[in-house]
Ligand binder design. Structure first.
Ligand SMILES: Cc1cc2nc3c(=O)[nH]c(=O)nc-3n(C[C@H](O)[C@H](O)[C@H](O)COP(=O)(O)OP(=O)(O)OC[C@H]3O[C@@H](n4cnc5c(N)ncnc54)[C@H](O)[C@@H]3O)c2cc1C
Length: 329
């Protein structure tokens, strides 16, 4: 009889790992304090882009693997995944197109003609940019899609379950997978995790904005059109304060409106999340709990948890498979 697997965490990392294991026939249960729209994952802009995560040598292959899975999901409207043109800009000088983006079709933008069109008339703000087609996951749909797919494969989700330590997972589970995001700081504990606080503002759809725009020279801004709204960002600071900062909302609205050359839109909602940045890099490895059970850690994805989700979950599956071969968890 195979032993059961417990996953701690119901954000994008836990749900994606859950799907891969449950669809392979394993008995999997997710335990999480927060689920769905209450997780950090729900606050994400959730556009595919390797940002604020280390180390690059691992991040880029995981990101490229995830890109392919998202591209495969995009034709299914129920998934909430679509392909979108992303225009990345610099305010300060000539932008460097990253090496990994070239095989995906990235190319420089002709600033005068193309940017005038994409920014509705205010190209003066930016000096240069490049364009690239990337997956966008609409978190209002995608997290539900993942949860539904996981449950359809036989997985179960127990919410409002706060664990004080990983050993508190019921002993009937032979393997524990730790996808606790910033929660791993206290749960493991792991003080190498640093909360990179991010705030976004949801506004009504902007008809003229067909693609996403990003500029991460200060002040960081992005405007991302989604199925039912438009997401404006953003902030990135070391803080664990999950309260909404009204001044940050004002700054985000002012800068996005200036760049897009629009009137200040109405605010539909504001969201705050803590990007789980790990200074020494994403932790994706097996270890042992004090009671001898195997744990596979999968946390510390910083500002790229969606971008890396399928690549990392595949690696969790590989580790679990090897482990199972060795000692059946
Ligand atoms: C403003 C903002 C914008 C972002 N934009 C993007 C983007 O464009 N693209 C991208 O790829 N990424 C983006 N990110 C990053 C992304 O959101 C994260 O990397 C990702 O959500 C991490 O997912 P996770 O599943 O590891 O953690 P989380 O979503 O935080 O989930 C952790 C889970 O573990 C549970 N948990 C934690 N501790 C405990 C405990 N002690 N007991 C029980 N359960 C526990 C939580 O309740 C939750 O269910 C953004 C983040 C923010 C904040």
């Amino acid at each position: 009889m195979p032993q059961s697997i417990a996953i701690v965490g119901a954000g994008v990392s836990g749900l994606t790992c859950g799907i891969l294991l449950a669809e392979r026939g394993e008995r999997v249960s997710i335990f999480a304090e927060e689920t769905g729209q209450h997780t950090t994952s729900a606050a994400a802009a959730a556009i595919w882009y390797p940002y604020d995560a280390e180390p690059a040598g691992k991040v880029i292959p995981w990101a490229l693997e995830t890109y392919q899975v998202f591209a495969g999901l995009a034709p299914d409207a129920r998934s909430g995944v679509s392909m979108i043109e992303l225009r990345t800009f610099s305010r300060t000088g000539q932008i460097q197109i990253p090496e990994w983006a070239l095989p995906l079709g990235a190319r420089p933008l002709a600033m005068s003609s193309e940017v005038e069109t994409s920014l509705m008339g205010t190209s003066a703000v930016f000096k240069s940019g490049f364009t690239l087609n990337v997956p966008l996951t609409d978190t209002t749909l995608y997290l539900d899609y993942l949860a539904t797919r996981f449950q359809a494969a036989g997985g179960s989700i127990a919410s409002k379950m706060r664990l004080e330590e990983l050993e508190a997972v019921d002993p009937s589970f032979g393997l524990v997978i730790n996808c606790a995001g910033i929660g791993a700081r206290a749960l493991v504990p792991d003080l190498d995790l640093e909360p990179h606080r991010g705030q976004v503002v949801l506004v009504p759809k902007i008809d003229q904005l067909s693609g996403a725009i990003v500029c991460d020279d200060a002040p960081l801004i992005y405007a991302i059109p989604r199925t039912n709204d438009c997401l404006f960002g953003g902030t990135n600071e070391v803080s664990e304060d999950r309260r909404i900062d009204a001044a940050a909302t004002e700054r985000i609205l002012a800068e996005c409106s200036r760049v897009l050359n629009i009137e200040r839109p109405a605010v539909l909602a504001e969201r705050v999340g803590l990007r789980p940045f790990r200074r020494s890099g994403i932790r994706l490895e097996a270890g042992k709990l004090r009671d001898g059970r195997t744990v596979i850690h999968n946390y510390g994805h910083g500002g790229a948890g969606f971008t890396l989700s399928w690549g990392c979950a595949n690696q969790v599956l590989d580790i679990a498979g090897n482990q199972a071969g060795r000692d059946r968890f």
